[in-house]
Design a protein around this ligand. Structure first.
Ligand SMILES: O=c1cc[nH]c(=O)[nH]1
Length: 173
């Protein structure tokens, strides 16, 4: 059972504003938007439209870059990464839905740097929650929330329809 719901449109508005500020402050030139599969891809699609960027959106599947890859089973569901061949010197806005431990962002950065050496990378997330495990943090966020132990953020599809804070104790296994 959800204990609270978050308004997606308000979070998307906040994130768009925060990204526009970063573009100005850091003087991002012709930024390339990259969404992390799967939750980051829909957020990135919204930002891509809202910011009116004509270059196709980049998409990143971090499965092979996960630090727990050896433990995630024999048949991981892998989507293809779609990135321009040259990231050298580019200004990149890397987008995810939820920032939690920081490990997904670490994996995404490693993959990006294997394609080339960007000039700048800005990390933008719809929701930043507590629980960081490594020294990375987003530059832009739609909201920052502190969850209690045993709570999680659940995005309900499609696209998504809703964002709920759930008590894990109330979620069927
Ligand atoms: O590398 C990663 C990415 C997400 N979650 C993990 O535990 N490790």
């Amino acid at each position: 059972m959800p204990t609270a719901s978050l308004n997606i449109d308000i979070l998307l508005d906040n994130l768009e504003l925060a990204i526009r500020q970063q573009i100005g402050e850091r003087k991002l030139h012709n930024p390339l938007l990259i969404g992390i599969h799967s939750g980051g891809a829909w957020v990135a699609r919204h930002m891509h439209l809202r910011l009116g960027i004509s270059e196709p959106l980049g998409l990143l599947d971090i499965t092979f870059y996960r630090d727990d890859f050896s433990q995630i089973g024999m048949h991981p569901k892998v989507k293809t990464s779609q990135l321009p061949p040259h990231l050298e010197g580019r200004d990149i806005i890397l987008i995810d839905d939820v920032f939690y431990s920081g490990r997904t962002s670490r994996a995404a950065l490693n993959e990006i740097f294997d394609y080339g050496r960007p000039s700048q990378v800005v990390l933008a997330v719809l929701i930043e929650r507590n629980g960081r495990q490594i020294p990375l943090q987003p530059d832009c966020r739609g909201i920052r929330i502190d969850l209690a132990e045993g709570q999680r953020i659940k995005l309900t599809g499609p696209d998504p329809l809703g964002i709920e804070i759930q008590d894990l104790a109330g979620v069927a296994a």
